[in-house]
Design a protein around this ligand. Sequence first.
Ligand SMILES: NC(=O)c1ccc[n+]([C@@H]2O[C@H](COP(=O)([O-])OP(=O)(O)OC[C@H]3O[C@@H](n4cnc5c(N)ncnc54)[C@H](O)[C@@H]3O)[C@@H](O)[C@H]2O)c1
Ligand SMILES: [Zn+2]
Ligand SMILES: [Zn+2]
Length: 383
Amino acid sequence: MLAMNFRGPYRVRIDNEKSIPAILHPNDAIVRVLRSCICGSDLHLYHGLVPDTRVGMTFGHEFVGEIVELGSLVNNLKVGDRVIVPFNVSCGKCAFCKQGLYGNCHESNPSATAVGGFLGYSHTAGGYDGGQAEYARVPYADVGPVLIPEWMDLDDAVLLTDIVPTGYQAAEMGGIQKGDTVVVFGAGPVGIMAAKCAWLFGAGRVIVIDHLHYRLDFVRQYAQCEAYDFKELGDPVVFIKKTTDSLGADVCIDAVGCEAAGNNMNTLLGRRLLLQGGSTTALHWAINSVKKGGIVSIVGVYGPIDALVPIGNVVNKGITIRANQASVKRLLPKLIEHVKSGVLNPKEVITHRIPLKEVAAAYHIFSRKLDNCIKPVLIPDNA
Ligand SMILES: NC(=O)c1ccc[n+]([C@@H]2O[C@H](COP(=O)([O-])OP(=O)(O)OC[C@H]3O[C@@H](n4cnc5c(N)ncnc54)[C@H](O)[C@@H]3O)[C@@H](O)[C@H]2O)c1
Ligand SMILES: [Zn+2]
Ligand SMILES: [Zn+2]
């Protein structure tokens, strides 16, 4: 089958070296992929920032597909069903899955203590091949996959595998109260969704910070929010203080993660020398621009090693920090309703529909933010 193949940092290719995956466990399903996406998280792999990303790996944690084969213990699905496949691999039975913490399953990545299992996301996250391919194996298929409703567009469905739940959970973890000022760092697909969802929790003002003007223009219109270029603001923390009566924002969301721009020292230590688990610039700005007693919600991804953050300010300001990988499965029923009612219209963020066989070009475009790219979707020829 055709599958994306990682050859090393900044080098991916399409080839047909892999066979269609087989059922390895009675809880597995094999899906024929109908759509897959490239995520900002894939860029961390592509840029060589995630430990134990092995040559030969097929990435892709955001995909939808049609079931072509089922293990003997999967009784809730049938061949021919079209499913949304959450990016988390979750056993459904461990103490964490039972709490709804599907992103923190204790079984799906048994050799790790912190990181859960994610599809197509390196051996650090369990070593599962992903869905940037014609077919994919879905473990614990009796737990994660959810039927795509008849009325739902596949382009909306594929965005429910990650960026919509992640943006929604970013807003949810912010504990937004009616009228709150919410600042979202990052106008990528995740930040855009976080800004859109902040209103659903009662935000009174939503501000997005990035430096890519085409994304700022998009989010301003799509999420009906204010949006500013941090390079033009000078110090974004000072700007946010000034625009909130010197108090700071009620809630700050980090939707940037380990590849943040905007501070040379963090870029050098976190992205070039890999001396910390990523560049923490957006996280610094979030901590320093939230009000005393406020909440910082982190969905941006950071590496497992230590990172420099202004912990003294967290303590002295009495900040609550909430962070996680999204619990996609927990949120899907509600988000499907929001798509049905038109409250959320995810597919508008898709800027590029690219044949799977052009996956290398797709990575290049998304990584370099060329051609006003916001979200690329890969479509196999047999979809
Ligand atoms: N927790 C989860 O479950 C989860 C799920 C999906 C993605 N993520 C993470 O969320 C982050 C964003 O993902 P994405 O797909 O939107 O990525 P993306 O690369 O498309 O977007 C990141 C954006 O951040 C901007 N940016 C860079 N430095 C900044 C700064 N200092 N301040 C403000 N903006 C800055 C970039 O210009 C870019 O527009 C990534 O770290 C990704 O790994 C987490
Ligand atoms: Zn993703
Ligand atoms: Zn579990």
